[in-house]
Design a protein around this ligand. Sequence first.
Ligand SMILES: Nc1ncnc2c1ncn2[C@@H]1O[C@H](CCC(=O)c2cccc(C(=O)O)c2)[C@@H](O)[C@H]1O
Ligand SMILES: [Zn+2]
Length: 356
Amino acid sequence: MSPAVADTAAASGSRDLHAFIAGLPKAELHVHHVGSASPRIVSELAARHPDSQVPTDPEALADYFSFTDFAHFIQVYLSVVDLIRTPEDVRLLTFEVARDLARQQVRYAELTITPYSSTRRGVEERAFMDAIEDARKAAEAEFGTVLRWCFDIPGEAGLVSAEETVRLATDDRLRPEGLVSFGLGGPEVGVPRPQFKPYFDRAIAAGLHSVPHAGETTGPETIWDALNELRAERIGHGTSAARDPKLLAHLAERRIALEVCPTSNIATRAVRTLDEHPIKEFVRAGVLVTVNSDDPPMFGTDLNTEYAVAARLLDLDEQGVAALAKNAVEASFLDEPGKARVNAEIDTYTSAWLTP
Ligand SMILES: Nc1ncnc2c1ncn2[C@@H]1O[C@H](CCC(=O)c2cccc(C(=O)O)c2)[C@@H](O)[C@H]1O
Ligand SMILES: [Zn+2]
């Protein structure tokens, strides 16, 4: 733990949970590459590409990032994807996302990247991989934050995108060193999960972990499909699991983590209000709950805010919040020494904070 953080923890007389969360070492498992582009980065990229409809002014951008429904969110998301046109854009975005994570004391993050969306827009695939790997290594050297990649299929783009994504994820000449998992994003309505089984089988055979989105905008049957057909080890969102007690019991018994993103669910209208969010049901059922930000700047949030939201909804004190952080470490694909390291940082920070 850096001296500055130790000072904050030890010196602070404040019992303010927000201050505790701000300094707490964390791991993040469900956060998107392009979706994490800060207003500063997006406006800088928009200025480079005047033909884009994305506002260059951060104020206007905040309005631009308000969504009427999930389909509208995807439309806005893709307009930002269109700004990422060169390997330098990719590198800049990736390094700046790592800086923002490090600022929140994120020690480890699994960043979801959709390579198909960039390569089909003309970013050369080898240069794309070099750009993200270069940024990953620079970020680890400069911030100490360990990044790993999840490559996900943009499901609505169909089996062509699935084939391209699994090729990029399993071709030894292309596959980046930091790649640990394989996912499935985009709209769920009209995009049944079973069709992607052959692609997940190939990814799993290549040693990647399966982490599809499911149950974000559709019912529990999508989550069952993700488990049974795609062999999911974690579920992105899993919001509708609360409607199926058998599914909750299954997730709890198999210790299959849910990557819960509270504010995302409100912003995309998947859940009406935070007080109606099913995170409490998940905890009550004994499910392994992790807290994540999904696309933080687009949803006007960040990881620390999501921890504060979870603490309020679950009525947690510092120990409870620290336990949430350790859930993410447990559910991560970090190696055992890495997990032990982050858990030790969480314990040291928490006991320093609680020692009068
Ligand atoms: N909360 C979320 N829930 C689900 N996904 C989320 C969430 N946040 C971010 N994403 C990302 O949104 C993208 C969606 C991309 C997409 O739908 C699409 C459709 C048609 C063509 C193309 C293309 O590129 O040609 C792309 C995915 O990459 C996914 O990783
Ligand atoms: Zn997501």
